[in-house]
Design a protein around this ligand. Structure first.
Ligand code: SAM
Length: 206
């Protein structure tokens, strides 16, 4: 079986950012359009393009990833730039978060590295970690993804739009969309089909 941790560790050991310097564009737009602030949690942060954007925008960020080199790289960048990011090695299957704590949680192409049976419990912990009114941004590979990325052997789950929405049925889902994209950030240029979801925790229990 392919070892997720060691393949990502190898990729993150280089000095160049593996998934680019820019944050996910739709994620950036969501943050700016809603003028979000406060505390953020970046799950499967990698070497930190989304965390770095959030901290520069004024968020205080907790960032978790299973890869030690990724976490070290992000902590070093944050220290050098004086940014409020605390990155830790955490396997999301063991995630423990305080309830009602975060104004924003992002999980950008990390759920696909877990078995779908592991996700129901994890997503309820993530939802509980949001403050009422807090935002969630998640992206995953669609079951229409052509699986041509060099990291495709590390992917354990692909999602239909209906399955993906169901994981977050406890939230107010603002957008859930499937879209094709050409990935030029690592390896040979390759196509993906992604799903992204933007949702908000309800402010009342109704
Ligand atoms: C495709 S990368 C995305 C990185 C980052 N979110 C981004 O968009 O640039 C997936 C990340 O998930 C991390 N990952 C995979 N399985 C994980 C797990 N069980 N717990 C925490 N992180 C995990 C990998 O180490 C990798 O950094």
């Amino acid at each position: 079986m392919v070892d997720v941790r060691s393949l990502f560790d190898e990729a993150y050991a280089g000095s160049a950012p593996v998934f680019g310097l820019r944050p996910d564009l739709a994620f950036e737009r969501m943050v700016l359009a809603n003028d979000l602030h406060g505390k953020a949690l970046d799950l499967g942060c990698g070497d930190g393009r989304n965390s770095l954007f959030l901290a520069r925008y004024g968020f205080s960020v907790d960032a978790f990833d299973v890869s030690q080199p990724a976490v070290e790289k992000l902590n070093q960048t944050a220290r050098r730039s004086g940014l409020k990011i605390t990155a830790e090695v955490v396997d999301l299957r063991d995630l423990v978060t305080p309830p009602d704590h975060y104004d924003l949680v992002v999980a950008d192409t990390v759920f696909c590295h877990l078995q779908s049976s592991e996700l129901h419990d994890l997503t309820s912990r993530i939802v509980a970690s949001l403050r009422p009114g807090g935002f969630l941004y998640v992206s995953v590979f669609s079951d229409c993804d052509p699986r041509l990325s060099e990291f495709a052997p590390l992917v354990k789950s692909w999602f239909s739009p209906a399955e993906f929405r169901r994981l977050f049925s406890g939230l107010d889902i603002g957008r859930c969309e499937e879209f094709p994209v050409l990935d030029r950030r690592h390896g040979p240029v390759h196509p993906h089909v992604l799903l992204r979801l933007i949702a908000q925790r309800r402010t009342t229990s109704s």
